[in-house]
Design a protein around this ligand. Sequence first.
Ligand SMILES: C[S@@+](CC[C@H](N)C(=O)[O-])C[C@H]1O[C@@H](n2cnc3c(N)ncnc32)[C@H](O)[C@@H]1O
Length: 435
Amino acid sequence: MTPLARLAAAVSLLAELEAAPRRPADAVANDFFRARRYIGGGDRRAVSERAWTVVRERLRLDWHLARAGARPTARLLLAAHMLLVEGGRLPGVDAAFSGEGYAEPRLTPEERRVLAQLEGQPLIHPEMDEATRLNLPGWAMDGLRSRFGEALPQAAAAMETGAPLDLRVNLLRTTREAAAKALAAEGIATEPTAFSPWGLRVADRRPILNTRAFQDGLVEIQDEGSQLIALLADARPGMKVADYCAGAAGKTLAMAATMANRGRIAALDVSAPRLTGAAKRLRRAGVDNAETHLLEAGDRWVKRRAGNYDRVLVDAPCTGTGTWRRNPDARLRTTGEDYAELITKQRAILDKAASLVRPGGKLIYATCSVLPGEDEEQVRDFLDTHADFEAVPLAQAWAEAGMDGTPPGEGAHMALAPHSHGTDGFFAAVLRRRS
Ligand SMILES: C[S@@+](CC[C@H](N)C(=O)[O-])C[C@H]1O[C@@H](n2cnc3c(N)ncnc32)[C@H](O)[C@@H]1O
């Protein structure tokens, strides 16, 4: 593809993203390229990268276009990106929208009028409101201010950087040292993670899916913060454990390892496709103490097992604000209404999952959000209405999980963030059911 044809393809991809604002961007992109198999690997990467750079700056580009009285069309967004982010000038944009061959049609007079207003403006404009300046959606600002206080600008900047690639070593198959050696032999350099005793951080985010080490199940891709949640669950050999929102089983796998494959784990979820994926991953990792169960309306599975579980992990569906550096489109997709609905949903899930915990057992509530409304406030509301549960302070939960030294964070619960811990943003609270 010529550079101008790539640009035109990026405009088409952006238009498809625009037409499906509620779908994850990578799913839309997969469909886009599947329908255009003639686009080869290198072109595909170039087209996606171009579209992602626009998505990453979307809130600020929208602001500039609105100020110039324009709607954010795919063409204008891309052209605005060329001017405001890449430092281009209008004649360069005109040349890129040449109308020749596979290039985009020429700019209309109205598009040129809008773009002329943007030319030479700084991307971060002095008249911008704080949320747009920090590349954050307005609905999340109260929560983010309350979480980060004066560190909000640093926290927001860290949410704009790329996320590292972390691996969890599968202790059922190997040790951290041996896994690092096996990866190094395949040209993948890693560093041990700062907090997780099972983690390796891959240098330069080199792809690992085709390595022998990955295919043999020696390592799994899992952010260090996510590993720490599984660690705080303190699941031990012989226990009965429920992973209530198991999804693709990221944490089930980690807990199976701390249980040395002994005892039972029930991986529960309301999504059949996720549980199918989970079962596949469990097999590849050599886990044989876990079973999956699909939770359906009217299901009596939970009722029948009330008070039976030593550990219940609730990795609740949430806004995902902690993963914005990884999924830049998520900050555009989620709304204030979603946030409110999720809080209600989390409360119901927590309530139901709590009934599984045996006296003396632990309930671990976790999210990949940094918003107190779905984190500390959710836990506070739960404790207010469940007198039979008490919070286990983080330092104690860390020690009970067999960890030396100080845990990441202080206070009652674990709250991680990219700027302070180098992990995604995660929250975890350990609650104990009184005996
Ligand atoms: C944050 S994801 C879990 C990720 C997973 N624990 C992992 O580590 O890979 C939240 C999961 O909750 C599930 N979920 C949503 N509503 C639920 C409900 N009412 N009961 C149980 N699971 C639910 C979703 O299908 C999703 O898989």
